[in-house]
Design a protein around this ligand. Structure first.
Ligand code: ADP
Length: 461
């Protein structure tokens, strides 16, 4: 059954259900009919028995038993010649037999063995069924019969109707079911065809919704929502790949040009040394870029779970600041640090270090001298869970209002010229935000152009 189409299965179940209902209904009607016929016939027989008994009682009051036979014959013949009645005397002789009973091949029972209200049986006389009531009388035995032929023909009619009608009905129902399920499933076929025609080239296409808000519309809406997600993921990947290749092109070009120029004529050892240096610097930059790209690719596939170990954020922050201090000095910037003794939270020290270094590195990159960088670690007890807040404030160039919503996007650089000089590719904040979210934290930023920026890193304690 599994290999059949939904249409065939629907038709099958439809026909099967109808067939079962038909069988049950017919059985019910049959049973009721047979029961009712039997009940009617038996009641009729008993009422005739009562009439016979009443008549005999009247006769016995009127007197002489000797010519009873004669009288019964005359009286009953007048009223019951067409009914099936026969009366036998206690001596075993037939006192009366209506014409229809002469052919009876039914053995008359011994009246002494019969109950007072008689016993019922069915016999076949010349191929026709007859219901017979045998009952004891004061003068012997009476047998009253009632032909079942007419009832039989009603039963036969019902049987034939069911036998001939059922297959026709089932056939009609199956055809109707097949047609109806085909009609109901046609929109599914249309959906399938439309869905099949959608590929990477026309991901903007959507499946039609018929506005009926039924199951199929819900299916189309669900598929459309999936398509929308696919489209945006596809777009992100395309943009990401384009940006990544674009960023890798520059260092590769530098390496190639350096190699070509160096090889063009004979060079002094010092010139070779310089060329190697350029190659190495560019190689390092490419390595860093590739590492960043790999990290973000992993972030997209969401396969790595955060490390859950207890770390001292204060210590991590202190070490990062010490590391960056030389850079700040070289850039002519003051670095002011306010960190408490200890701040324990769950996380990965390498990740935390990376976030802090990205924020500090940006602060240095985007602050002209003379300027200052202020680092603080505090606890925000007003939230649940409590948050450790690491703030990195600078007195640098700040970020334009229009750029603020985008600075966490991949490869986004607010001021491309400036960033290129400072060597960023626009992945730092993307990575910082991803790592913060991996720790169930987040990053916020406040900035005034030409006044400076403050980045806040919130991490649950
Ligand atoms: P980049 O490698 O270019 O620094 P980021 O993702 O770290 O990339 O930052 C994205 C952009 O946000 C930067 O290009 C810069 O324009 C802006 N930005 C980040 N930090 C600061 C800051 N402290 N002051 C001013 N602008 C900043």
């Amino acid at each position: 059954m599994r290999n059949f189409s939904i249409r065939s299965r629907l038709t099958f179940w439809y026909a099967a259900t109808l067939g079962a209902a038909l069988v049950l209904f017919t059985a019910g009607v049959w049973f009721a009919l047979v029961h009712s016929i039997r009940h009617t016939v038996d009641r009729e027989l008993r009422s005739r028995l009562a009439a016979v008994r009443y008549y005999l009682q009247q006769q016995s009051h009127e007197g002489d038993e000797s010519n009873l036979t004669q009288e019964i014959a005359e009286d009953i013949d007048a009223v019951a010649a067409t009914s099936l009645i026969r009366i036998r005397s206690a001596a075993g002789e037939w006192i009366y037999r209506s014409p229809g009973t002469r052919a009876w091949n039914v053995i008359a029972p011994n009246p002494e063995t019969l109950p007072e209200n008689g016993s019922l049986s069915t016999a076949i006389v010349r191929g026709a069924p007859i219901r017979i009531l045998s009952a004891p009388l004061s003068i012997g035995l009476v047998q009253i019969g009632l032909s079942l032929t007419e009832f039989q023909s009603v039963q036969n009619l019902l049987a034939w109707t069911v036998l001939l009608g059922s297959p026709l009905l089932m056939l009609a129902a199956s055809l109707g079911g097949y047609w109806m399920s085909g009609r109901a499933l046609r929109p599914v076929d249309e959906l399938v065809m439309r869905a099949q025609s959608i590929s990477a080239h026309n991901l903007t296409d959507r499946l039609p919704s018929r506005g009926t808000s039924d199951e199929l519309d819900r299916l189309a809406d669900t598929l459309n929502a999936m398509l929308a997600r696919l489209e945006s993921a596809f777009e992100r990947i395309t943009r990401f790949t384009a940006d990544a290749s674009h960023e890798l092109r520059t260092p590769v070009a530098i390496v190639r040009t350096t190699a070509e120029v160096t090889r063009a004529k004979s060079r002094t050892p010092a010139e070779h040394e310089k060329a190697w240096e350029v190659v190495l610097t560019q190689a390092n930059e490419m390595t860093r870029l590739i590492d960043d790209l790999l990290l973000l690719a992993r972030a997209d596939s969401e396969t790595d779970a955060p490390l859950r170990e207890l770390i001292d954020a204060a210590e991590v922050l202190r070490e990062a600041c010490e590391e960056i201090r030389v850079m700040a000095d070289v850039a002519g910037l003051s670095l002011n640090v306010q960190i408490p003794q200890e701040c324990i939270l769950l996380g990965d020290p390498a990740d935390l270090r990376r976030i802090v270094l990205i924020l500090l590195d940006n602060a240095i990159k985007y602050t002209p001298k003379p300027g200052g960088i202020f680092v603080q670690l505090s606890l925000d007890g007003s939230t649940k869970p409590r948050m450790a807040v690491i703030s990195v404030r600078d007195t640098g160039i700040g970020i334009l209002q229009d750029d603020l919503p985008h600075i966490f996007d991949r490869f986004y650089r607010a001021s491309r010229d400036r960033s290129r000089k400072t060597g960023g590719v626009g992945l730092g904040l993307t990575i910082a935000r991803y790592l913060a979210e991996r720790h169930e934290g987040y990053i916020q930023v406040e900035s005034t152009p030409r006044r400076g920026s403050t980045f806040y890193l919130f991490l649950p304690v």
